[in-house]
Design a protein around this ligand. Structure first.
Ligand code: NDP
Length: 346
């Protein structure tokens, strides 16, 4: 069967395309230009997987009917595309493609997706969790409505990360609204996935470390670059949740396949961390390309004997029950990421 993947040239999207092709699916990759598609064709040529790959070029996600042709003859959709940048000049540059892109794919699915069975959308834990001073565990019951309220109140003065989170809340709400409105007359259903910070080896086209997308750029800054923000005790004590890019990509494939995923929001989180733990993992690797070159940080802030306090963590029991992923360990992700960076000469 054939799956449409939007954001196919992105960090997560390209792994989704790769896993789908490796599992025998045909893939229609949505990218914004031919040149972006060429990178995928070249990447999948040596393995022959390119035979089952074609492209839909959608330059403007906000245009009416943008996906009408793309979703024809498609059995499943994975919609990963959404601006994930903290550098948008204007909130609308972020909001509009996030919301209109999601709504547009669903509207085209209603119109021309005659053989469509399922749509999987990449939302974010940012649409779930509202950061607070006290450590908290969140579940699929939670919505980060506070981000939307903050944005409504403060407009362009809102913190960039909050604008991004609000865009993910609003896009997801719009998707569920449309789905519930039309549920009676459609043959497809909807699944929405929520990853926390995504780390792990990028396989997408990147000119230099500065073109890494925001989440893996944090990792690069913390582990390799020893950025100012990550060279103090306080910076390295900051905690969060994470997932490996290959695990979240496989989560998308499983979300297409598992019947019970229908109509569900699903959090996919591989683990928790404090930044010092990534430094520890990188420094502990034997024969790594960066051995002896990294900062040590403050090893004493990892207290193995007590439970770590993690500011934002997630209940993943729904994921375990429905998808059943086996998550990569911190050591595995660290090793593979460093090797990928070394291959690129970074
Ligand atoms: P990338 O920035 O690597 O990929 C984003 C993709 O979306 C690219 O293909 C990009 O295309 C496309 N895109 C961005 N802006 C637009 C736009 N205005 N119009 C059309 N397409 C656009 O990021 P990720 O792979 O990490 O993100 C994929 C999804 O995962 C997003 O929905 C993001 O919100 C979500 N997510 C990511 C997390 C993370 O930590 N990485 C955490 C939680 C959720 P182009 O190359 O042409 O710009």
């Amino acid at each position: 069967s054939k799956v449409l993947v939007s954001g196919a040239n992105g960090y997560i999207g390209m792994w989704v395309v790769r896993l789908l092709l490796e599992q025998g699916y045909s893939v229609r990759a949505v990218v914004r230009s031919e040149q972006k598609g060429d990178f995928l064709s070249q990447y999948f040529r040596p393995s022959g997987l390119v035979e089952r790959l074609d492209f839909a070029y959608v330059t403007d996600f906000t245009k009416e009917g943008a996906f009408d042709d793309a979703v024809k003859d498609i059995d499943g959709v994975v919609h990963t595309a959404s601006p994930f940048t903290l550098e948008a000049k204007n909130s609308n540059d972020l909001m509009s493609p996030a919301i209109q892109g999601t709504v547009g794919i669903l509207q085209s699915a209603l119109k021309t997706g005659t053989q469509l069975k399922r749509i999987v959308i990449t939302s974010s834990c940012g649409a779930v969790a509202t950061p607070s001073p006290n450590p908290r565990k969140f579940s699929e019951e939670d919505w980060n409505i506070a981000a939307v309220e903050d944005f409504k109140k403060n407009g362009e003065k809102t913190a960039p990360m909050t604008i991004y989170r609000a865009s993910k809340v609003l896009a997801e709400q719009a998707a569920w609204d449309l789905y519930h409105q039309h549920k009676a007359q459609i043959n497809w259903d909807l699944v929405v996935l929520h990853p926390p910070l995504v780390f792990g080896p990028p396989i997408n086209e990147l000119k230099s470390p500065s073109s890494l997308n925001a989440s893996i750029a944090f990792w690069y800054d913390a582990v390799i670059r020893g950025d100012e923000m990550f060279s103090t005790k306080q910076g390295l004590s900051v905690s969060n949740s994470w997932v490996d890019v290959r695990d979240i990509a496989l989560g998308h494939v499983l979300a297409l396949q598992k019947q019970d995923a229908a109509g569900q929001r699903i959090i996919i989180a591989g683990g928790t961390f404090i930044w010092q733990e990534w430094l520890k993992a990188a420094n502990a690797l034997p024969q790594s390309p960066v051995q002896g070159k990294l900062q040590q940080g403050f090893p004493e802030i990892i207290d193995e004997s007590s439970d770590r306090v993690i500011q934002v963590s997630y209940d993943i029991s729904k994921e375990r029950q429905i998808l059943g992923l086996k998550y990569k360990s911190r050591a595995e992700t660290t090793k593979d990421t460093l090797e990928e960076f070394a291959k690129r000469g970074w």
